[in-house]
Design a binder for this molecule. Structure first.
Ligand code: PRT
Ligand code: ZN
Length: 287
């Protein structure tokens, strides 16, 4: 009898591949991803990984060829397949923007009226232009969009941007951001029920890893008369653990602090008299 397995589609080779595979490995799932492989069955968790082109992932999920997929929000928005977001994954961040040659005088989106815009995202761009009542011509091309203005193919482009260096080196400036994107975990709205238990287990692990990445574990020593002020500074999951040190009158305080403001918290802890601070990364965090 065939073992019931959740099929997960990930990008085979590209910007999301390493992070997608890394995420599954961080969930403790062991599988091979040898060169040229299209499919891999995990050894220790009921999942099968399908390695595909990112553009195909939403359709494969809609068609139940894969049960879930990891793909950029930009691709999901463009493909308009019947899929829903299960989790935002926090990697593969970029934005879809309109850019024009530096010499183009741009003051508002109305300046795009009558212009030709090259893009690989005609659906998203079309919706945006309609929503702004702009009448521009969309020229769909599948790659190297950034060179379109310099070869006379278009007046502007609509493309993905992360650092902005591709636009810069092609003499373009970003004039409108139309979508902010990150990798998503998607599924079909009518997913097979028997597999939802496996998905729940996987999600539990993904969320534990995500929470861990967003927090740090902090240990410090403090004289007992300063403990009250120090504890006030610590946000923590609940109240911090306080353990007596061998040296009388001193304690060790352990707590969890959000990654985004840990430097500020650490500075305040020092001001309040904390010593011997250790800040550690957390591997998994289950609330
Ligand atoms: O072969 P396959 O079809 O699977 O891959 P692909 O070539 O279509 O996609 P790939 O691997 O380039 O990107 C996969 C996904 O990564 C995208 O769908 C986005 O969700 C995400 N992502 C994040 C990006 C970028 N950042 C990005 N910077 N995708 C593309 N770019 C390109 C952009 O198109 C432009 O050419 O990088 C250039 C701009 O980068 P900066 O840093 O110079 O601004
Ligand atoms: Zn692609």
């Amino acid at each position: 009898m065939n073992e019931l397995r959740l099929k997960i589609a990930v990008q085979r080779s590209g910007r999301l591949s390493d992070d997608s595979v890394g995420l599954l490995r961080k969930c403790g799932i062991r599988f091979g991803n040898g060169m040229g492989k299209l499919r891999s069955v995990a050894h220790n968790f009921p999942v099968e990984i399908l390695f595909l082109r990112d553009d195909d992932i939403p359709q494969y999920v809609e068609d139940h060829v894969a049960d879930i997929g990891i793909v950029g929000e930009n691709v999901v928005a463009e493909k308009r397949c019947r899929v829903e977001t299960v989790e935002r994954l926090g990697f593969g961040s970029c934005r879809l923007s309109i850019a024009a040659p530096r010499a183009f005088t741009y003051s508002s989106v109305a300046d795009l009226n009558g212009k030709k815009i090259a893009t690989s995202y005609p659906n998203i761009l079309g919706d945006f232009l309609r929503s702004k009542s702009v009448d521009a011509e969309i020229h769909t091309i599948s790659g190297s969009v950034e060179i379109a203005p310099s070869i006379g193919l278009a007046d502007a482009v609509c493309d993905l941007v992360s650092s902005g260096s591709t636009l810069f080196s092609n003499g373009l400036k970003e004039v409108e951001t139309i979508l902010r994107s990150e990798a998503l975990l998607i599924k079909s709205p009518d997913q097979v029920d028997q597999k939802s238990e496996i998905l729940e287990k996987l999600l539990f692990r993904i969320r534990a890893g995500k929470a861990a990445e967003q927090n740090k574990y902090v240990l410090l020593n403090a004289p007992n008369d300063k403990l009250e002020r120090i504890i006030e500074v610590l946000p923590g999951m609940r109240s911090p653990s306080v353990l007596p040190l061998a040296e009388s009158g001193w304690s060790s305080v352990h707590s969890v602090i959000p990654e985004e403001d840990f430097w500020e918290v650490v500075e305040r802890l020092r001001t309040e008299g904390a010593e011997g601070l250790l800040v550690l990364s957390i591997d998994q965090m289950i609330r």
